[in-house]
Design a protein around this ligand. Structure first.
Ligand code: GDP
Length: 208
């Protein structure tokens, strides 16, 4: 249960969210100060929709989808010069050439392992296709870099309640078996469910 003052504060956290900059690599990222939380996910998993509903801004994440920015790290400031959200390039387009995949891997590994201000990752998975090979790659990097990890099983509206809960338990179990302490929740951008829980995690991480 999320207590009401924390719920209120976690809602207000996004009041002044604004696009800051896009960076092709770490060298072009904003100064490595303060605290960052990054959103990752396979292309089409629902990352943009999740970001938009969490921030209550209809087109916030559209910036990250404009031509030229899709392979970049897109930084959003929360208006206080300390807290940032980062929209990481979607991964896993089947038809992407190997060279591009390798480039993506290198940029991600560099960002996840070297960024001092990075505190945690919110990993978005389509609840119907959780823990793909790419997701495991992210889990692995998070473990190596000792980053917090929170998983949104999104499009939860596509499954019945019981099936959704079973998937959550299964994902949690699989992660535990790999020694990963990630938290896992159901989410739906369409039904706007799971928003308070996700915001509470972000708020706690920023304030940790
Ligand atoms: P991204 O590529 O990960 O940023 O994915 P998008 O946010 O663009 O979503 C991909 C597709 O999934 C779009 O057609 C969205 O409308 C749909 N989608 C995203 N979130 C949800 C959700 O919670 N429920 C349902 N049913 N569809 C969703």
């Amino acid at each position: 249960m999320i207590n009401p003052p924390a719920q209120d504060a976690s809602r207000k956290m996004f009041t002044h969210i604004d696009f800051q900059t896009s960076a092709p690599d770490l060298a072009h990222a904003p100064e490595d100060l303060g605290r960052e939380i990054a959103f990752a996910g396979r292309s089409n998993a629902g990352k943009s929709s999740a970001l938009n509903v969490l921030a209550q801004k209809k087109n916030l994440a559209r910036i990250s989808k404009t031509p030229g920015r899709t392979q970049m790290l897109n930084f959003f400031s929360l208006g206080n010069d300390i807290w940032r959200l980062v929209d990481l390039p979607g991964y896993g387009y089947a038809k992407v050439p190997e060279a591009i995949k390798a480039q993506w891997q290198q940029a991600m590994a560099e960002y996840l392992t070297q960024r001092q201000s990075l505190h945690g990752i919110v990993l978005i998975m389509d609840i119907r296709h959780p823990l793909t090979e790419f997701d495991w790659q992210m889990v692995d990097w998070c473990q190596q870099a000792q980053l917090e990890l929170h998983i949104l099983l999104t499009k939860a509206d596509k499954l019945k309640y019981g099936a959704g809960q079973n998937t959550r338990l299964r994902v949690e179990q699989n992660l535990r078996q790999m020694g990963c302490k990630a938290s896992v929740q159901l989410f739906s951008a369409l039904k706007k469910s799971g928003i308070d829980e996700a915001r509470a995690t972000l708020y706690a991480w920023f304030n940790a």
